[in-house]
Design a protein around this ligand. Structure first.
Ligand SMILES: O=P(O)(O)O[C@H]1[C@H](O)[C@@H](O)[C@H](O)[C@H](O)[C@@H]1O
Ligand SMILES: [Mg+2]
Ligand SMILES: [Mg+2]
Length: 285
């Protein structure tokens, strides 16, 4: 049976690749940096230009579709998800990295119908890695299938997180307290690429066991949420409840702009985790 949305997904991949070219070219020029909610919540003219390029290209091909775009919402567009086919766009995920030429910058394009992600595309444009997922058909990086880590012991895991753009000392204290709690489990290590979408693609790729962040927005994770789940991972909130509703725009549905938290872990599976940690060979795939 023909896939109703394959044409749209192909368009998303081509649009993400073109957007990545614009990002790479912009890195050769001075980047005009502006701020949004705080002095460390950055946006550039390239973010805005890339979002408009993606949205205009979609409107020409799919005139009835709707959009939730990070910079359109910042400019006052509503952030409400309906049952209509909706493109959820983060034109540059990792804007701070882009400003500093730190080499992890993603173009993230998610596509939702009936409030359910149908496909997700994340282009890590400085690594030239195209992460894709079609609901029910698996997750891929440059065409190679992705599978989350098989590691079930958090003490043998790498956990990723981000600090966001809130510098309120009380919030920072809470973040550091979480960091301390996780590090002292103990875990092998903690990492952050500087972009939620790439952190989640690292989970889908199996090189990071989990990623958590408090305060992400729906456009940060819409595409990568499907890439994680199609690679065998799960999304949950801090109470362990299925967070796909938020990732699919649940919070956007309610008009909220940010997902409280999305933790991505491997899907629970076999119970053959070795209990005697001392003698076990640390097998990492
Ligand atoms: O603003 P962009 O699109 O760069 O998204 C990032 C957020 O800005 C960070 O606060 C957040 O911590 C994540 O890094 C997220 O990817
Ligand atoms: Mg983002
Ligand atoms: Mg962004």
């Amino acid at each position: 049976m023909a896939d109703l949305w394959q044409n749209a997904m192909d368009h998303a991949v081509a649009a993400a690749r073109r957007a990545g070219q614009v990002v790479r070219e912009a890195l050769l020029d001075d980047r005009k940096v502006m701020t949004k909610s705080s002095s460390v919540d950055l946006v550039t003219q390239t973010d805005q230009k890339v979002e408009q390029l993606i949205i205009q290209s979609v409107k020409e091909k799919f005139p009835t579709h709707r959009f939730i775009g990070e910079e359109s919402v910042a400019a006052g567009e509503p952030c409400i998800l309906t049952d209509d086919p909706t493109w959820i766009v983060d034109p540059i995920d990792g804007t701070t990295n882009f400003v500093h030429a730190f080499p992890f910058v993603a173009v993230s394009i998610g596509f939702s119908v009936n409030k359910q992600m149908e496909f997700g595309v994340v282009f890590s444009c400085l690594e030239d890695k195209m992460f894709t997922a079609r609901r029910g058909s698996g997750a891929f990086c440059n065409g190679e299938p992705l599978q989350v880590s098989g590691q079930k012991d958090i003490q043998r895991s790498i956990i990723a997180t981000e600090f966001g753009s809130n510098r309120d000392p009380e919030v920072v204290d809470k973040m550091f307290s979480s960091l301390r709690n996780v590090l002292c489990i103990p875990v092998h290590g903690m990492r952050g690429a500087g972009t939620a979408a790439i952190n989640m693609c690292l989970v889908a790729s199996g090189c990071v066991e989990a990623y958590y962040e408090i305060g992400m927005h729906v456009w940060d994770l819409a595409a990568s949420s499907l890439i994680v789940s199609e690679a065998g991972g799960v999304l949950m909130d801090v109470e362990g409840k299925d967070a796909r509703a938020s990732a699919d725009g649940g919070d956007a549905r309610r008009g909220a702009k940010s997902v409280r938290c999305a933790c991505v872990f491997r899907r629970s599976g076999r119970s053959d985790v070795p209990t005697d940690r001392r003698s076990q060979q640390q097998n990492h795939r």
